[in-house]
Design a protein around this ligand. Structure first.
Ligand SMILES: N[C@@H](CCC(=O)N[C@@H](CS)C(=O)NCC(=O)O)C(=O)O
Length: 341
């Protein structure tokens, strides 16, 4: 069966800005999927049913292959769901465009803009007073490496300055000539998703961004583009209708009764980390993110290791799945009963 004929299940919750990236991608490409809605804090028994200990959202499966991290998820959908008239491509085509697409992804995620925007959430937001949520997120973020060096009173202004700088960059570079979309295309592309997700999310939250500092008056092109993106994606979602929602049991059954979307892959012994750790196919390893949610380490049998991803077989109560993690932002270690990692 072609991967594009296999069922796709998205585990997410509505208020996850990272999961929105995947939802918009699926919507803009009109790719059918079912959704398994999750609570915004642990525990997530629906995910545990697959034997998965990774704590972050989103998670997406194609057939019996499960993909972690929105970036790998989007890349896999690009690869496994080839473009057609019904499911148009969102990818950049030229080298310059590809560079912009990729650099926008790194800029919004890795340069600290998402973290800065998250720190602009107003303390009056109901969720910011929810003790269970705050406790969950303290575990998610891990202990601070040291005492914060930015004075408390300067923190919000510092983060707002960073976010404003990102908005200004878009206003004065990629959107400066008045184009509708980042790559000057006729509709939104992946490059737009990469650039818009943090700003659209934080701009929507009342009280997060002071309008006289980061608003439509100072940055008319950026705010018109966010609005255009919202209208376009909302229009297509309306036309497609709500994706079917399934319970955890149904989601797990769909996944476990499917075939794999990809061949098993191999472990090249000359791969640098494989060589350094003496890893070979079939070894038990731990795979985990290095930036957040680091305490939730996935244990499984190493199936494949490339420069782009690590794939392990994970055993759940009702069967095994293959769990794919990107190399970027994740690491792996050899499993040892005594290991402290
Ligand atoms: N790099 C990851 C980041 C995922 C992430 O941080 N997701 C947030 C939600 S926006 C999360 O999982 N928060 C903790 C939780 O919901 O358990 C990705 O692209 O998927």
């Amino acid at each position: 069966m072609a991967p594009s004929d296999l069922p796709i299940v998205l585990y997410h919750y509505v208020f996850s800005p990272v999961a929105r990236r995947v939802v918009w991608y699926l919507t803009l490409r009109r790719i059918p999927y079912v959704q398994c809605m999750q609570p915004n804090i642990l525990p997530r028994p629906d995910v545990a049913q697959l034997g998965i200990t990774y704590r972050r959202i989103p998670i997406l499966s194609i057939g019996r292959d499960v993909y972690l991290d929105s970036r790998l998820i989007i890349r896999k959908l690009e690869e496994l769901y080839p473009p057609s008239a019904a499911h148009p491509s969102l990818s950049a085509t030229t080298g310059d465009q590809k560079a912009i697409e990729r650099l926008l992804d790194f800029f919004m995620t890795d340069s600290g803009i998402f973290r800065a925007a998250s720190s602009c959430l107003p303390s009056t937001l109901p969720v910011m007073k929810d003790q269970a949520f705050l406790k969950d997120r303290a575990e998610f973020a891990g202990p601070p490496a040291s005492k914060p060096i930015v004075e408390k009173a300067a923190r919000r202004p510092t983060f707002l300055t960073l976010v404003r700088d990102a908005v200004e960059l878009l206003e004065t570079t990629v959107l400066a000539d008045g184009r509708d979309w980042v790559l000057n295309t006729s509709g939104p592309m992946l490059a737009d998703i990469e650039a818009v997700w943090v700003l659209k999310w934080i701009a929507m939250i009342p009280g997060a961004l002071p309008k006289d500092f980061i608003g439509a008056q100072q940055f008319p092109k950026v705010f018109a583009w966010i609005d255009r993106f919202t209208k376009t994606v909302d229009g297509i979602s309306k036309e497609l209708g709500k994706p079917e929602a399934v319970k955890g049991d149904q989601a797990a059954a769909k996944i476990l009764n499917s075939t794999y979307a990809e061949p098993e892959g191999t472990v090249d012994g000359r791969e640098l980390v494989a060589e350094a750790l003496g890893l070979k196919k079939g070894d038990t390893v731990k795979v985990f993110p290095t930036d957040s949610g680091v305490n939730h380490k996935e244990t499984g049998t190493l199936l494949s290791l490339t420069s782009k991803e690590v794939v392990i077989e994970v055993e759940g109560p009702n069967g095994v799945v293959r769990v794919h993690s990107p190399r970027h932002g994740f690491t792996l270690s050899k499993f040892s009963e005594k290991a402290s990692l």
